[in-house]
Write a protein that binds this ligand. Structure first.
Ligand SMILES: C[C@](O)(CO)[C@H](O)COP(=O)(O)OP(=O)(O)OC[C@H]1O[C@@H](n2ccc(N)nc2=O)[C@H](O)[C@@H]1O
Ligand SMILES: Nc1ncnc2c1ncn2[C@@H]1O[C@H](COP(=O)(O)OP(=O)(O)OP(=O)(O)O)[C@@H](O)[C@H]1O
Length: 285
């Protein structure tokens, strides 16, 4: 089974409070983009989960794909079943586009089928949120207005423009941004209708720019070409365009020290499209 594992953008990110366990309550709109890793799964009968290739600097036990697989082991129909998982990495790490969370969700969705666990998407999302706040959105697979720590989801259909996505040459640690004492944590909650009509801002932007001069520099550069926004806690920035040509034109101007992509917003996750096709083919057999 081969599945794409897409990135997400936070079209805005408001921090509305902080829970007693330290986690922040937020409001955001999540939308997928067609920039993806690819995961390939083969069932084995060795009761082992093996992931190739290793991600440099990341022990397998810490790989979110491995952690996701461990969570599903108790639900396997056959206790001898394991999986060989190949990861083709394309999404930059520490970019605020949720690559690790997406990989975890893709593994939950794939292994739920291959191991015949029979869990609902909601059960997989509940398991997923224990791995990372961004995992549920990738499990559910629809663009959403999110609240809580990102797990309370209402489906929405925002416009699906072309985006220019820019990755400054640095890695932002989400935990560091959320522990900064200057982070604004009291943005008044907004209604979903307001969010869809007027959007919002990213409360993390100032703190991320302060900690990461490269993000600051890239933000000032991108602002000359449109309404530059930060996704999640960065480092990635984006602007939207009505058409692909305009996005490509600005991409050609991006200084070579930064990575840039032109991608399309999607309100359905490509993981689910591919998974549903796989399920259909296997039912037909
Ligand atoms: C910023 C967002 O990307 C917006 O979509 C997410 O809220 C972050 O989600 P994530 O990367 O899956 O984050 P996690 O791996 O769950 O958390 C990393 C660290 O960020 C902090 N954290 C994360 C999410 C949240 N709502 N409040 C927090 O305070 C916690 O200190 C946590 O230890
Ligand atoms: N399969 C994986 N792919 C990428 N990162 C992983 C994976 N498994 C664990 N990680 C760890 O998760 C960290 C965050 O990676 P990720 O790509 O999700 O960052 P991010 O885009 O900033 O996420 P977010 O927007 O959720 O904060 C990485 O630095 C890495 O240590």
């Amino acid at each position: 089974m081969q599945l794409p594992s897409p990135a997400k953008l936070n079209l805005f990110l408001h921090i509305t409070g902080q829970r007693e366990d330290g986690y922040h309550e937020l409001q955001t709109i999540f939308q997928f983009i067609d920039l993806c890793d690819t995961l390939t799964f083969h069932l084995n009968e060795l009761d082992e989960v093996r992931i190739t290739p290793a991600i440099s600097g990341l022990p397998t036990l810490d790989n979110l794909i491995y952690k996701a697989a461990q969570q599903l082991l108790p639900y396997r129909k056959n206790p001898n079943w394991g999986a060989d998982i190949h990861l083709e990495k394309c999404l930059p790490m520490g970019g605020g586009i949720g690559g690790g969370s997406s990989n975890a969700a893709t593994a939950l969705l794939a292994l739920n089928e291959l191991w015949q666990c029979g869990l609902s998407y909601q059960r997989l999302a509940d398991i997923g949120v224990t791995l990372g706040a961004d995992v549920p959105i990738f499990v559910m697979g629809f663009a959403a207005f999110a609240e809580g720590v990102g797990e309370k989801l209402q489906a929405v259909q925002p416009p699906t423009p072309y985006y220019l996505l820019l990755k400054p040459n640095c890695h932002v640690t989400t935990g560091q941004i959320f522990t900064d004492k200057h982070l604004t944590r009291d943005t008044p909650p907004i209604k979903i209708s307001h969010a869809l009509k007027l959007g919002g801002h990213n409360d993390c932007l100032d703190v991320v720019r302060k900690h990461n001069p490269e993000v600051d520099e890239a933000y000032l550069w991108l602002k000359n070409h449109g309404d530059a926004k930060l996704t999640g806690t960065g480092a990635c920035l984006f602007i939207d365009f009505d058409n692909q040509q305009d996005a490509e034109r600005v991409k050609r101007l991006v200084p070579s020290k930064w990575q840039a992509w032109v991608c399309l917003g999607c309100n359905q996750s490509p993981t689910h499209e591919a998974l549903n096709q796989w399920i259909k083919q296997h039912k037909d057999k």
